[in-house]
Design a protein around this ligand. Structure first.
Ligand code: COA
Ligand code: AMP
Ligand code: ZN
Length: 432
């Protein structure tokens, strides 16, 4: 059993007062970092103390750009010797975003994860296979620690190698697995190719799906293909990773753990709070992080609060599934990509011309990224060998930058149609 009943079903007034206490100590901790100590509004409020959560609205937002500019230690709030882990975004062209954790941070993250998994009906009797990338991706270790805390038998299989995933599932009787939704289409095809049906030939009863946007229809299709219940898991590395918001067995929105985060939803243009139940950008403040508290972090994810109480009895509010982003980041194969990262790689190459475009589509049940790249006239010769080598070289450089290997198509200068007004670089033809 792993149900923090008192905290999860806490009365809203008591929750707000708990949040206020935690917020004050979080701000005191945050102001120890070089990044926050120079913000006068924060120093001022730390001196006087906050008397209501609403005062948070007087503080400035923190953005990904702030974290990048503060790289590497700008938002660290304690001596480095007490930090035990970091997670970092991909990228070599600019500064990545890095998040640090001390021991207590990792414990409370594992707690949030264990509580989340329990809320989706997962128990210590389950065999849990985690098909997320390990290493710097938070979906690996984030799930791992939570699953161990809950007490399941864990199989840290990591991403990739579908045949082996299936073998592990069958050898050890996996009952629950975590994967990104788009990968499950590919996995199902490999089951079919092997003459297997996951409904008959595995003991799976639950899938945890997350890390990328997906629709209700996509969830239902996954449930149908695998004969399971599928639960949505939301998180972002800046807020730890998974374990921020999770669907309970009601499957009607994701409880966001409000004893660990203050959640605001704002209009990304006016930066003011949206009306109750309206879609806007999610802004989060950490309440229990010591190594790197973050204040009013703009996640860029668009969502809304689902009004009313949940039938499960938990009082923490529910977020609707993510409806999109307020920036141009897209996610493919569970990897986050900013078009600027790709442009950064391309523009460094002397052979590359003026234009490029990124086309994302689903080919044979796998999401793929095709990049058409204009080559300068003097390089666009009939030398096919040279062009093939250049394609390979570009694919490799981009894979190093964003972790996904793209398909590269070199094209003649001037052949990519120009868009009117602001250049449109990304064409996403996936159906989700
Ligand atoms: N999760 C698990 N496996 C995946 C995957 C995903 N998101 N995306 C692709 N794969 C599998 C492919 O099916 C393939 O295995 P198979 O041929 O045995 O079926 C293998 O990984 C390599 O696929 P490929 O298309 O060649 O990948 P790539 O080189 O373009 O990308 C990955 C490499 C898949 C390893 C990289 O995209 C990755 O690590 N993704 C996981 C990200 C993740 O876990 N995100 C969660 C963050 S919380
Ligand atoms: P990362 O920091 O690499 O873990 O990526 C976090 C981002 O992944 C979030 O800001 C979202 O854009 C996206 N994401 C994570 N979980 C989900 C989910 N369940 N649904 C939609 N998008 C998600
Ligand atoms: Zn619920």
């Amino acid at each position: 059993m792993y149900w923090e009943k008192e905290l999860e079903t806490i009365d809203r007034r008591a929750l707000e007062s708990l949040q206020l206490d935690r917020l004050n100590s979080s701000l005191r901790q945050a102001v120890k970092s070089p990044g926050y100590c120079r913000i006068p509004e924060i120093s001022k409020i730390v001196k006087s103390g906050m008397t209501s959560i609403a005062q948070l609205g007087e503080l400035p937002f923190t953005t990904k750009e702030d974290l990048r500019q503060g790289f590497p230690w700008g938002f660290l709030s304690m001596d480095k010797k007490n930090v035990v882990r970091l997670h970092s975004s991909s990228g070599t062209t600019g500064n990545p975003t890095v998040v640090y954790h001390n021991r207590e941070d990792l414990q409370s993250w594992a707690n949030l994860m264990a509580r989340s998994l329990f809320s989706a009906g997962i128990r210590d009797t389950d065999v849990f296979q985690n098909m997320s990338g390990y290493g710097l991706f938070t979906g690996g270790l984030g799930f791992q620690y939570g699953v161990e805390k809950l007490g399941c038998l864990s199989i840290p299989s990591g991403a990739g190698n579908s045949l082996r995933q299936i073998k592990l599932m069958r050898d050890f009787g996996t009952t629950v697995a975590h994967a990104i939704p788009s990968y499950l289409g590919r996995l199902f095809e490999v089951f079919k190719d092997e003459g297997l049906d996951p409904r008959q030939d595995t003991q799976l009863h639950t899938l945890v799906i997350g890390a990328e946007p997906h629709s209700e229809e996509h969830r239902r299709r996954i449930e149908e293909l695998f004969g399971v219940k599928a639960y949505n898991s939301f998180g972002l590395s800046e807020m730890n990773g998974p374990g921020v918001a999770f669907e309970c067995t009601e499957q009607n929105g994701l409880h966001v753990w409000e004893d660990a985060y203050v959640v605001e939803i704002i209009d990304p243009l006016t930066l003011q709070p949206v009306a109750a139940g309206e879609i806007g950008e999610l802004v989060m403040t950490t309440l229990d992080r010591q190594a790197m508290p973050l204040i009013r972090y703009r996640t860029r994810d668009l969502t809304r609060f689902i009004p009313g109480p949940c039938r499960c009895g938990r009082t923490h509010r529910r977020l609707d599934r993510i409806a999109g982003r307020s920036d141009d980041m897209f996610i493919i194969k569970g990897c986050n990509i900013f078009p600027m990262q790709i442009e950064g790689v391309l523009l460094k190459l002397p052979e590359v011309g003026d234009d490029y475009r990124i086309i994302i589509e689903t080919i044979a049940d796998q999401d793929e990224m095709l990049i058409e790249v204009e080559v300068k006239k003097q390089w666009f010769t009939g030398d096919l060998d040279f062009l093939a080598k250049l394609e390979n070289h570009i694919a490799r450089l981009i894979r190093d930058e964003v972790l996904v290997r793209p398909l590269i198509k070199l094209v003649e200068p001037g052949s990519i149609p120009k868009s009117e007004g602001k250049a449109v670089r990304v064409f996403d033809h996936r159906q989700r």
